[in-house]
Write a protein that binds this ligand. Structure first.
Ligand code: HEM
Ligand SMILES: *[C@@H]1O[C@H](CO)[C@@H](O)[C@H](O)[C@H]1NC(C)=O
Ligand SMILES: *[C@@H]1O[C@H](CO)[C@@H](O)[C@H](O)[C@H]1NC(C)=O
Ligand SMILES: *[C@@H]1O[C@H](CO)[C@@H](O)[C@H](O)[C@H]1NC(C)=O
Ligand SMILES: *[C@@H]1O[C@H](CO)[C@@H](O)[C@H](O)[C@H]1NC(C)=O
Length: 576
């Protein structure tokens, strides 16, 4: 070995590394530059690079800090990036693969994309995370999606809604009893962490109305697991939801590794995750086998939890049909065992997190807006002069819902400003056009209504469209210059005003909209009317004396998660 060769080998290696690195950087820069150049800037002004895929778990985890709040990829930005560029459609590019991504805060644009289920498809890779146990309605596309949707659909009819109403009445009464029991002196305010209690309440409602599992309020984390189980039902669902991020982000090999070796911290988290999902699976299997027995015994008519019944019947249809040729009629309304389990989990999750978080923000708003609370109280007092009923008959839903229009408006206004699902991504499957608008703003930053003109965005196969629900809900062209303020009246039609239906997409729109929309509305209106009829809600003592803006900032603060998570929605309740 000569001295020369010992020096030149590392040098040559170094040069090679530098060469390949710079080649990668240059190639990347060129591909991003050419994507950006291809945007028609007179239609979709450029708003920046997306360093993270806005619809992947990493973005959810980093959401609170990165990207910064003014960046197009941030969960927190509302209409500002659109206003600053004078367009309801703006362009960006995904760093990872240079895919062009159009962000929409346009009512017609979003309705067009959501309405075209073939041209624009759900970005199902983003939901791969939710497909554990197997595939479910939330994470499938095409003919599989039609099959799953058809199985579940009929459970969300008016009979189902009446049952949701009755179960909500039962759950709120249990909650009230629990609150009163914890109270030392009558008429003394009770401090309640709304987000925490409402998760439990919404879980009770979906498990009984959807799955016939009459969970009760006292069944909490300190409750021991029933025989044959690892955890009690409620704690198992919460643990699974809590570990959703770990479940999503953990690669398979890490599971195997942490089973064999004791990895500090990570190992424990992974093991807890596996445990939680195993615990939940046992509960779901138990519900399924109970329900199967009912179907076999022909007791179907007396089984009120239509959702689980539909799922179980679809699974049994498949078993009956095992020898039938492919494509036989039964295949259309069938589910495999894995799909049955996966859908059960998906409905438990989708059916409680979204609703609970939305209701927490509603409770926060009511504490901040006594005038809105008074209007709900007046409605509820007329309906229930003797106080919130302790049980509901099958006709209560039909009689009560239409008598609570202001309560309904409060719920809608809450999810306009705090849409649990902030944005949705759709993949473009064929070249298409999407309507949008351009406009100018005047010196005080207000949209000049005379300047608005319609434009057309051209999108190519393989690009991505982000439906920016949060931004559309604060678009001043649709909602007026006071779009950022809480005004439930804007959801009440008058002779000269009809609220802009197209600009409200908290439940998405088109064929792939939220299947549980009416379920959520029924539960929420029933809950809000009962709560306000029974208690007066106010800001906690710690915030009294602070400015309205400060109270609002603290109480309505949130973090991005699977849905918008309220951070400190603590209120004070006083029995009326
Ligand atoms: C305030 C409460 C709720 C909000 C804001 C909400 C919002 C949404 C949104 C935006 C979507 C579209 C998601 C996407 O395209 O990726 C969706 C879908 C869905 N929601 Fe909800 N949801 C709520 C309550 C519920 C409830 C109570 C249930 C069940 C009981 C439910 C079950 C579902 C299911 C299964 C889907 C997937 C439907 C499909 O892909 O065909 N949601 N929801
Ligand atoms: C960009 O869009 C405008 C308005 O639709 C159109 O007039 C113009 O021709 C387009 N430019 C290119 C390069 O496609
Ligand atoms: C509603 O759905 C349930 C369960 O799928 C079904 O038994 C019932 O007949 C339906 N009711 C109406 C009014 O369609
Ligand atoms: C949890 O359950 C235990 C036992 O049933 C009960 O004593 C306790 O008050 C419950 N706590 C909450 C917060 O519900
Ligand atoms: C900007 O427009 C708004 C709404 O049209 C108007 O109220 C405001 O006075 C205007 N401001 C200026 C500086 O022109």
């Amino acid at each position: 070995m000569t001295l020369l060769s010992t020096i030149s080998i590392p040098r040559a290696l170094g040069a090679a590394v530098v060469f390949f690195l710079s080649r990668t950087v240059i190639t990347k820069a060129i591909s991003i530059y050419s994507t950006v150049r291809a945007f028609n800037k007179s239609v979709t002004p450029y708003a920046g690079i997306l360093w993270l895929h806005p619809f992947r778990s990493v973005a959810l985890v980093s959401g609170p800090w990165f990207p910064s709040r003014s960046h197009i990829g941030s969960f927190y930005k509302t209409f500002a990036p659109y206003k600053n560029r004078g367009s309801t459609a703006v362009a960006s590019v995904l760093f990872r693969n240079s895919i062009p991504t159009i962000w929409l805060a346009d009512p017609q644009g979003i309705q067009t994309v959501a309405g075209e289920a073939v041209l624009f498809q759900k970005d199902i890779d983003a939901y791969g995370a939710l497909n554990f146990y197997g595939q479910n309605l939330i994470g499938v596309e095409g003919s599989d999606w039609r099959r799953h949707r058809k199985v579940a659909k009929s459970a969300f009819n008016e009979t189902g809604n009446a049952f949701v109403w009755a179960e909500t009445i039962r759950a709120v009464n249990e909650w009230f009893a629990h609150l009163d029991a914890a109270q030392v002196h009558e008429k003394q305010p009770i401090i309640v962490d709304a987000a925490k209690d409402l998760l439990q309440l919404a879980l009770i409602v979906i498990s009984s109305a959807g799955f016939g599992r009459r969970a009760s309020w006292t069944q909490n984390a300190s409750t021991v697991a029933p025989p044959g189980h690892l955890m009690a039902f409620g704690p198992a669902v919460f643990a699974a939801v809590d570990h959703l991020h770990t479940k999503v982000l953990t690669p398979g090999w890490l599971y195997t590794l942490s089973e064999r070796f004791d990895i500090p911290v990570v190992g424990r988290v992974v093991r807890d995750t596996v445990y939680a999902y195993e615990a939940l699976q046992r509960h779901i299997m138990e519900l399924v086998s109970l329900s199967r027995a009912w179907v076999v015994e022909g007791k179907v008519a007396s089984m009120d939890a239509g959702l689980l019944r539909n799922l179980v019947e679809a699974n049994m249809a498949l078993q009956d049909d095992e020898d039938a040729p492919k494509g036989s009629p039964n295949a259309f309304k069938s589910l495999t065992e894995d799909e049955l389990l996966s859908n059960s989990f998906a409905f438990l999750l989708a059916g409680h997190e979204t609703t609970a978080h939305s209701l927490s923000f509603a409770v926060g708003f009511l504490a901040l807006h006594p005038e809105a609370q008074r209007k709900i109280y007046e409605e509820a007092l007329l309906l229930w002069p003797d106080g919130t009923p302790t049980s509901a008959s099958t006709s209560s839903y039909k009689e009560c819902m239409p008598k609570l229009p202001y309560t309904t408006a409060v719920f809608h206004e809450t999810i306009r400003l705090f849409p649990a699902v902030v944005r949705l991504s759709k993949l473009v499957h064929a070249d298409a056009t999407i309507p949008a608008q351009r406009f100018t703003t005047n010196a005080s930053g207000k949209v000049d209504l005379d300047s608005i003109r319609d434009t057309t965005v051209h999108v190519k196969t393989g690009s991505m469209v982000m439906l920016d629900i949060f931004a559309l809900h604060q678009n001043p062209i649709c909602w007026g210059p006071d779009a950022t303020e809480f005004k439930p009246e804007r959801f009440i039609d008058t002779e000269s005003y009809r609220w802009p239906r197209d600009a409200f997409v908290a439940f998405s729109a088109g064929p792939r909209n939220c299947i549980g929309q009416r379920f959520a509305l029924t539960e929420s209106v029933c809950f809000l009317a009962s709560l306000v009829r029974t208690y007066e809600i106010s800001v906690p003592a710690t915030l009294r004396g602070k400015s309205f803006e400060e109270q609002k900032r603290v109480m309505l603060d949130w973090t991005p998660g699977v849905t918008m998570v309220p951070n400190n929605c603590v209120v004070s309740l006083t029995r009326r």
